[in-house]
Design a protein around this ligand. Structure first.
Ligand code: 1JT
Length: 257
């Protein structure tokens, strides 16, 4: 009964940069369950990475999609419509803020850094949800990625924390709007993982050690575990869950002192 949970389902994966990406872990979990997947990449720089990762997969589509370019977003969804004629789920695993904004004080965040973080990390979920809606003819599931810094102050996370708080709120508002189309929208709040994005962050090693010691499970989260939760959320095992933020953090967020 649990075999091929995503048989006959088509998904779209945003945010693969390389094989360590959370988006790629989500893709692998979904591919193992028989999904057909379209991948988007941001900029020519990442095209080759995504094409290499997906070259042996059947019935995949690889399309450019810089979310700051509405034409690219529209073209990406048009390509999915043309190839598959439908869409069942989306994994949105996109975020960006200038590196300087993720150190020091939040107080000194520039207007430009603030607007960039909000456009790419937050507004893109609304943009992608609207574009996905007409293709999700039999309902659907949209999953995005958040982080604890949305809820509590995490030093250095700064403007990304504000963007993720707005992303979690967007998840609820989108879930309310799309519920009547049987489209669910949920967020995963993942513990810190050493991906390409995280690598550029100061003191990431220290943060990983701290979380690894303080969390109830006494370890860090693996991307594969986030991928498996994304699989659950896009599958028919979670058909009554929408608007939620699910922590996948080895229990870190439940701890006080
Ligand atoms: C971005 C980056 C979004 C790193 C991110 C992120 N969401 C989580 N991380 C990892 C992280 C980063 C910091 C942190 C804790 C976790 C980098 C590129 C822009 C988007 O602070 C303690 C800063």
């Amino acid at each position: 009964m649990m075999k091929f949970m995503l048989k006959n389902k088509v998904g779209m994966i945003f945010g693969v940069a390389n094989k360590r990406s959370i988006a790629w872990a989500c893709a692998e979990a979904c591919l193992n369950q028989g999904a057909k997947l379209a991948f988007t990449y941001q900029g020519e720089r990442l095209k080759e990475n995504v094409e290499k990762l997906t070259k042996d997969l059947p019935e995949t589509l690889v399309v450019p999609c810089d979310v700051t370019n509405q034409q690219e977003v529209d073209a990406a969804f048009a390509a999915v419509g043309e190839k598959y004629g439908r869409l069942d789920f989306v994994v949105h695993s996109i975020a960006f803020a200038p590196r300087e904004a993720l150190e020091g004080e939040f107080l000194t965040t520039t207007r430009e850094a603030f607007l960039t973080a909000m456009e790419i990390s937050t507004f893109s979920l609304t943009q992608v949800s609207l574009a996905a809606m007409p293709l999700m003819k039999d309902g659907g599931s949209i999953v995005t990625m958040s982080y604890y810094g949305a809820e509590k102050v995490v030093m250095n996370y700064n403007v990304m924390g504000v963007a993720k708080a707005a992303l979690e709120a967007s998840t609820r508002y989108l879930a309310a709007d799309l519920g009547r189309h049987n489209i669910r929208v949920n967020a995963i709040s993942a513990g810190p993982i050493n991906t390409l994005s995280a690598r550029g962050v100061k003191n990431m090693g220290t943060l990983l050690n701290y979380v690894g010691e303080k969390s109830p499970l006494k370890r860090n989260v693996e991307a594969r575990e986030v991928g498996n939760t994304a699989l659950f959320l896009v599958s028919d095992l979670s058909t009554a869950i929408t608007g939620e933020t699910i922590y996948v953090d080895c229990g870190y967020n439940i701890m006080g002192i």
